[in-house]
Write a protein that binds this ligand. Sequence first.
Ligand code: NAD
Ligand code: IPM
Ligand code: MN
Length: 347
Amino acid sequence: MTLIALLPGDGIGPEVIAEARRVLEALDLGLVFEKAPVGGAAYRAAGHPLPPATLDLARRAEAILFGAVGDPECDRLERALRPEQAILGLRKELGLFANLRPARLFPGLEDASALKPEVAGAIDMVIVRELNGDVYFGEKGMRTTAGGLREGYDLMSYNEAEVRRIAHAGFRTAEARRGRLCSVDKANVLETSQLWRDVVIEVSAEYPDIELTHMYVDNAAMQLVRNPGQFDVIVTGNLFGDILSDQASMCAGSIGMLPSAALNAEAKGLYEPIHGSAPDIAGQGRANPCATILSAAMMLRHTLDRAEAADRIENAVTAALKAGARTPDLGGTLSTAAMGEAVLARL
Ligand code: NAD
Ligand code: IPM
Ligand code: MN
């Protein structure tokens, strides 16, 4: 028996999780699903975005499949009670520091990409994003300056151990792919980034076969739309990785296409689409479930050691898209459930 924690969350989270669950159940892998509330849904039900029972389930489960959190009605709550704290808390509590965000263009989606078809078609990369540090977790607050002005602050910092372990994750990811790692930072301005670059270079001594390059994040944002095919693996910090992965998604056709894995040192993982709760389309059956279905495939591959089943899911998504199955974000008319069915039919 393999226990999977299902954390659907808010907005389109439950809609896309339902399709991923159907796909996993159809494969008959002996998975047992236990559901728990997170985010705004959990705040309403239990007064906290990450209730103890949900965290406990996440700890007990072999892997976590997460939808999305975020609710406009909760945006003015004190920060500790906001839905987003659920995902930040899970990443921190479970030590999920290595975020793998693969971006590739599925055949046939060239017209959905924001880029010219010949540029878009080349994208096949993984962004390895650090997930436990950076400006996300530094001291933050609001204060009043001597001159009486309100001032918000968030401390950006990384220590060398944090950089070293994500650098290893980046090099290992590159080893399993085309052998090229691009470290993205802002070392021309930030001390955090200078340390990042120094440590990545130190770690590179252990990976003589990997071609390491460095790029400033502003240039990386530009290069990603100029010629995304130049990238194999990008390793970068929490904030830069967040931004660059949303950007990469539109090179690959839609934010509804990008899955992710958040792994700790024991390869236990939380799997989720990179998108959020999409309040603008929630409840309408318009969400693309592919990112979540592909996240389920990553779960099978990275944590549950079921590579064949993962291949089956990825091949079914590829075949469904090739046959023209499209949700509105991809220029089509299929509902979330119909897209799920199109994948199911090709498993
Ligand atoms: P978002 O990713 O939710 O949506 C951005 C845009 O992309 C919207 O127009 C949305 O309709 C569209 N979109 C997203 N996913 C889609 C899908 N599967 N299919 C089709 N279209 C899709 O980002 P946002 O609007 O900036 O944030 C909304 C809420 O989600 C906020 O509360 C934010 O904090 C939260 N959020 C949560 C996560 C997460 O849970 N990991 C990630 C990002 C944002
Ligand atoms: C993501 C999201 C989260 C992040 C938010 C919701 C905290 O944007 O998973 O990409 O910034 O990491
Ligand atoms: Mn994001």
